[in-house]
Design a binder for this molecule. Structure first.
Ligand code: TYD
Ligand code: MG
Length: 454
């Protein structure tokens, strides 16, 4: 048997070296390097993930292993985010703030996949079996044929899985799992990394899908090194605002489907309910159009979603005015303020600017530029944008407007929700088929002129 080689790993960034040092070369952290023995070379001596170095021609694979058969949970919002269902042998990481509803979602998913004919094991290191069962009963899933395991020793879990051969295993959470030959506490980087690695290798080897829950740190990253995200096939984030009822499941990486796809859920007394028409939900709290409020017709993944941008512009006595953004990129807001100032001669100096995406949704499309600009102008001039109007388009540094993708889909969604006008860049592929009346603008100066008759 090969001698176990020493492996020194930085607990801060996950960088591995062959010798110990007081300071990590990769991230500069002091005293963060500890010795690790890989589990595959640990007691028992069996290399868990090893297969013989058998070579297969790519063309041979194509015929037998192309287009993996997927299992749909029939929770439509979940299936869409997964890229059409669960791929056998895939490793999935679900991250999110504590209390956001990860365990609830995954218990519902476990029951749904069990109903779809999968053998499902739910391994919880956070809650006792009785607690999970109580939650299942509250969700009306008491009869679901899901096996529960309250276990944190990964070797025991893997032994069970080898024997049971389930189609899907849910591990809640990866931070509670404990690999017995890594000498650090559960939840440490080394443990999280080792546990994720063992589970991912197991998934690939046995064709079992593995869903791991991961807690996120204060700055919104999945706790543990980035390498965990690289190991798995799919990374999903479950996000939402505390005060709001709805939750968004977003794919940030997916080897088996589109990234940036979202599924929308509502937290109810009986668990998470699907929201099949998110636009209606995001706009539901909208009253009569007020200055600073603009509806943006966005695309999330493969689907158009309408959201409301709200801006407030107010004079400030401070020499450094505030720029506060929720749900959008602060840097992008600064850029739009600069373009408005430099190209349209509309200054925001001496004014506090607050920008908010209603309902706790996060937007990162550049296509929202024009909606943001319109909201800022409308707030600053205290003039409401005409009702039943949606806005979208990208703004360049010159102040010109650039058409964005999926114009027709954005218009169709807006029309479906009762909007009749759209403000958008000139030159896009808008055909007018949607029946919307279109105001197509070449640049920001034209928009200012149209909105305020300047
Ligand atoms: P949970 O799934 O335990 O969150 P996580 O696993 O991400 O930490 O969800 C906990 C919250 O969800 C809790 O504050 C109560 C709420 N909740 C409901 O509102 N309705 C329900 O049916 C359930 C099960 C939970
Ligand atoms: Mg939980």
């Amino acid at each position: 048997m090969a001698k176990a080689t020493a492996n020194f790993v930085c607990q801060s960034c996950g960088n591995a070296t062959s010798k110990w040092s007081g300071r990590c070369d990769a991230c500069g952290e002091w005293n963060s390097i500890t010795e690790e023995v890989p589990l595959s070379q640990g007691p028992g001596g069996k290399t868990l993930g090893a297969t013989r170095g058998r070579k297969v021609a790519l063309s041979d694979l194509a015929t037998t292993e192309a287009a993996p058969p997927r299992t749909a949970s029939r929770i439509e919002e979940l299936d869409r985010v997964l890229g059409g269902g669960l791929v056998p042998g895939s490793a999935i990481l679900v991250g999110g703030d504590p209390g956001i509803g990860k365990s609830t979602l995954l218990l519902q998913a476990a029951a749904a996949f069990a109903r779809a004919g999968q053998k499902v094991i739910y391994a919880s290191g956070e809650e006792a079996r009785a607690q999970v069962r109580m939650r299942a009963q509250r969700l009306g899933l008491g009869e679901a044929s899901v096996q529960l395991a309250a276990e944190t020793n990964l070797r025991d879990i893997l032994t069970t899985l080898e024997a049971e051969k389930p189609g899907l295993v849910i591990v809640d959470s990866i931070q509670t799992m404990w690999v017995d030959n890594v000498a650090s506490a559960p939840g440490s980087v080394a443990q999280v990394r080792a546990a994720a690695h063992e589970l991912t290798t197991f998934a690939k080897r046995q064709g079992t899908s593995v869903i791991m829950v991961g807690h996120v740190t204060k700055d919104g990253q999945i706790a543990g090194p980035r390498v965990v995200e690289h190991m798995v096939d799919t990374v999903l984030y479950f996000e939402g605002e505390r005060g709001h009822q709805f939750r968004i499941l977003r794919s940030v990486k997916n080897r088996f489907g589109p990234a940036d796809e979202i599924g929308v859920f509502e937290m109810t007394g009986a668990g998470l309910a699907e929201v099949l028409n998110p636009s209606a939900l995001f706009l539901s709290e909208r009253g009569t159009p007020a200055p600073g409020s603009v509806v943006f017709s966005g695309i999330e993944g493969t689907r158009p979603v309408l959201v409301e941008f709200q801006a407030l512009v107010a004079p400030t006595p401070q020499s450094q005015p505030r720029r506060s953004v929720v749900g959008w990129d602060g840097g992008r807001l600064a850029m739009i303020l600069a373009v408005l100032e430099a190209r349209c001669g509309i200054p925001f100096a001496g004014l506090d600017v607050y920008l908010n995406v209603a309902g706790g949704m996060k937007i990162n499309e550049p296509a929202a530029d024009l909606a943001v600009a319109a909201a800022l102008l409308s707030a600053r001039e205290d003039i409401a944008v005409p009702p039943e109007t949606v806005v979208f388009g990208e703004i360049s540094l010159s102040g010109a407007l650039r058409p964005v993708g999926q114009t027709e889909n954005r218009l169709k969604e807006a029309q479906k929700l009762g909007f009749s006008n759209a403000i958008l860049p000139k030159g896009g592929k808008a055909t007018g088929k949607s029946g919307m009346s279109l105001s197509q603008m070449p640049d920001l100066v034209t928009l200012v002129g149209e909105m305020f008759g300047a």
